[in-house]
Design a protein around this ligand. Structure first.
Ligand SMILES: [Zn+2]
Length: 89
């Protein structure tokens, strides 16, 4: 089950707020439908264009927000995630 970006309750992990986003079905080829990590500025709504950690820019009208564990993750986003390496700050 997915919800729109506007309706998604943004989870807060300390100061870091991020969404797990992928393209809607049919928007791009299957191989590009990986789940990207999109960092958001705290206290602000989702921007018109969601910019993932890896640099992928996804128009909000083409994006769907997914729960953790859904779909195949973008390997670049995972590598760039601050908690992916050693876990300490
Ligand atoms: Zn990515």
């Amino acid at each position: 089950m997915t919800v729109s970006v506007e309706q998604h309750p943004v989870a807060s992990q300390g100061d870091a707020v991020s969404l797990l986003v992928r393209y809607l079905p049919g928007a791009v080829g299957l191989r590009r439908r990986v789940v990207h990590v999109v960092p958001l500025a705290p206290g602000r709504g989702a921007p018109t264009v969601l910019v993932a950690r890896c640099g992928e820019e996804i128009g909000r009208d083409l994006a769907e927000v997914v729960d953790p564990g859904v779909g195949s993750p973008c390997s670049v986003c995972l590598l760039l995630a601050p908690t992916a390496s050693t876990g300490h700050k």
